[in-house]
Design a binder for this molecule. Structure first.
Ligand code: ADP
Ligand code: MG
Length: 474
C-alpha cells in the first residue's frame, strides 16, 4: 500500500534520526516494559516495542469498530448470563479441552451455590484486521474478542504522543496534529471506579490479580495510578497469595490479608500455565465471593473461541440479543467465516475443505495469548492427523483475513533498524458495569493498534511479535 510516509522513508538518515528521538520519547512517556532477563524487577527497564511511524487506518473502518463496541459489550454480557447457551455451546469442547472444562466446572459450581456477586464489570477488547476484498476495498473483520486480561490499554495511552513527536521530527507537523488522543487507562479505570462505588464499601480495595512473571507491569500501573488518583486503594496479589491469605467472611465478602476486596481485576488466569491445584482453589474462592470479578468466570467463558464460532451461525445472535436487530446487524457485519469441527457430517465436510485448501484458513485451539494458531502446511498436517478423532473438536476453523501490507520500522531494544512489510490489528476496548439486571455503564474506552511483520502469522506484543502503533486515519 502506498503509505502516507513514502517520502520520508526514502532518507535513511532521517529515519535513523527519527528512531533515536522516538526511543527517548517513548522512555520519557513511560512506554515501558521490564526486561526478559529480569521480568520481576524494575531496576532495569526498556521501552516496549513500537513502530517508528503511525500506520494508515481507513477512517470509516475505525469508526465502524467504535460504533459496534457497545453492541459487543451487550452481547458478551448477555452470553455470560445465558447458562443454557454456554452449556450447549461448550459441551463438545469441554470433553476434550481440560482447561475449558475446569473453568466450566467452577462456573457450574458457583451457579449451583447461588451468586453472591450482584455488580458485574466487563473489560474487553475486540480485535480486528482490515480484510482486502477482491476489488481491493478493505473491510473490518473481527479476529476475536478478549474478555479476560485484555492488555496494553495502559501503554497505548502514551504512544500517540510519541508518534506525534516523530512526525514533527520528520517535518509532518500538520499530520502530527491529526493523531487522535487515546486514553484507555482512564476509560478502563472509570469502569473499575463505578464497580467499586456500587459495591458500596468505602474502605474496600481493588485487587489486581497478577502473574508470577510481571514484565508488563507498567501497562497495569497506568490503570492503577488512575485509581490512586481517585483515592481508591489498589493491591497487587497472585493466586498463591489468595490461596494462602484469602478468605470469605459474612455474606461471602472477600478478604485478602485482612483487607476487604471490592473488585478483583484479573491480569492472570487466562491460560493453563497460570494454574496449579492451589491456583484453581484460589480461583474458586474468588468466584464464590461477593467481590466484583472482572471478569466473572461466565464472562471469561463467553470469550472462548468456541463461543465466537457458534454465535456466527445464522439466527444465533438474534436469540442472544432479542429485539436488537440493528445491534445484531452491526455485529454480524464484522464476522468472517467461522466453522465448527464438531464430530459429524458438518465437521467432516469442514475438515476436508480445510485440508484441501489450507492457506484459506486458520485453525485455532481454545487458547489465548498468541502463538497457538495453525496455518498452511502445519494446519493441513494436524487436521489430517486428527480428522477422525474427537480431538478436532478442541479447535475451531476460521477464514484467514488478508490485510494489505505497508512498510514500517519496528523499534525493539537491541534490534537493528530496517524496513519491514507489516500488517496491523486494531483493538477497541469496551467497558461496562451491570448491577443486577440493569446496565449502568456501557462504553467504548479507547483503542489499541498493534503491528507486526508479515512473516509472522501469529502472536501479540507480549509474545514478542507485534509492536505498539498509532492509527493515522485516512
Ligand atoms: P489469541 O487469543 O492467541 O490472541 P487470536 O485469535 O487473536 O488468538 O490469534 C492470534 C493472532 O493470529 C492474531 O493476533 C492475528 O495476528 C492472527 N490471526 C488470528 N486469526 C486470524 C485470521 N482469521 N486471519 C488472519 N490472521 C489471524
Ligand atoms: Mg488475540
Amino acid at each position: 500500500m502506498a503509505g502516507p510516509w513514502q517520502d520520508v522513508v526514502r532518507s535513511a538518515a532521517a529515519v535513523e534520526e527519527a528512531a533515536r528521538v522516538a526511543v527517548d520519547a517513548a522512555l520519557l512517556a513511560g512506554v515501558l516494559m521490564r526486561t526478559e532477563g529480569e521480568p520481576n524487577s524494575s531496576d532495569v527497564v526498556n521501552y516496549a516495542p513500537f513502530t517508528l511511524l503511525p500506520s494508515a487506518v481507513p477512517a470509516v473502518l475505525f469508526e465502524q469498530a467504535y460504533a459496534v463496541q457497545q453492541d459487543f459489550n451487550l452481547l458478551v454480557d448477555a452470553i455470560s448470563q445465558n447458562k443454557e447457551f454456554l452449556e450447549r455451546t461448550l459441551a463438545s469442547t469441554i470433553k476434550v479441552d481440560d482447561f475449558t472444562a475446569q473453568l466450566f466446572r467452577i462456573h457450574t459450581q458457583v451457579l449451583e451455590e447461588g451468586l453472591a456477586q450482584s455488580v458485574f464489570l466487563g473489560i474487553n477488547r475486540s480485535d480486528y484486521m482490515f480484510d482486502t476484498g477482491l476489488d481491493g476495498t478493505p473491510a473490518l473483520k473481527q479476529i476475536e474478542i478478549n474478555t479476560i486480561a485484555a492488555s496494553f490499554g495502559g501503554l497505548t495511552s502514551r504512544t500517540a504522543a510519541v508518534h506525534g513527536q516523530v512526525l514533527k521530527v520528520l517535518g509532518k507537523t500538520e499530520e502530527a496534529s491529526r493523531l487522535l488522543p487515546n486514553n484507555p487507562s482512564k476509560g478502563l479505570a472509570l469502569g473499575i471506579v463505578k464497580a467499586w462505588e456500587l459495591y458500596g464499601s468505602p474502605s474496600a480495595v481493588v485487587m489486581f490479580l497478577v502473574e508470577e512473571v510481571q514484565r508488563n507491569i507498567f501497562d497495569q500501573r497506568c490503570i492503577e495510578n488512575e485509581l490512586w488518583n481517585r483515592n481508591i486503594r489498589v493491591i497487587r496479589r497472585r493466586f498463591r497469595d489468595v490461596f494462602e491469605k484469602g478468605s470469605l467472611g459474612d455474606g461471602r465478602r472477600l478478604y485478602v490479608d485482612g483487607q476487604e476486596v471490592a473488585v478483583v481485576y484479573y491480569r492472570e488466569g487466562y491460560v493453563p500455565k497460570n494454574y496449579d491445584q492451589q491456583n484453581w482453589e484460589a480461583r474458586l474462592l474468588l468466584e464464590r465471593s461477593r467481590a466484583v470479578k472482572c471478569p466473572d468466570i461466565a464472562t471469561q467463558l463467553a470469550g472462548t473461541k468456541k463461543v465466537q464460532q457458534e454465535i456466527c451461525r445464522p439466527g444465533t445472535l438474534e436469540t442472544l440479543l432479542p429485539g436488537r436487530a440493528e445491534a445484531v446487524a452491526r455485529i454480524r457485519a464484522t464476522f468472517t467465516g467461522l466453522y465448527s469441527l464438531d464430530m459429524g457430517e458438518e465437521g467432516d465436510r469442514i475438515a476436508d475443505m480445510a485440508i484441501a485448501d489450507p492457506d484459506r484458513f486458520v485453525l485455532k485451539p481454545q487458547r489465548e495469548g498468541g502463538g497457538n494458531n495453525l496455518y498452511g502446511e502445519e494446519l493441513r498436517q494436524v487436521l489430517e492427523r486428527i480428522r477422525d478423532s474427537p480431538e478436532r473438536t478442541s479447535y475451531i476453523l476460521m477464514d484467514k483475513i488478508k490485510p494489505q501490507p505497508a512498510v514500517n520500522y519496528l523499534l525493539r531494544a537491541h534490534s537493528p533498524l530496517h524496513p519491514s512489510e507489516c500488517i496491523s490489528e486494531l483493538g477497541i476496548f469496551g467497558v461496562y458495569v451491570r448491577q443486577g439486571k440493569e446496565m449502568v455503564m456501557n462504553k467504548a474506552a479507547g483503542h489499541l493498534l498493534r503491528t507486526k511483520a508479515i512473516e509472522h502469522a501469529d502472536g501479540g506484543v507480549a509474545a514478542g511479535v507485534a509492536v505498539l502503533d498509532t492509527p493515522y486515519l485516512l
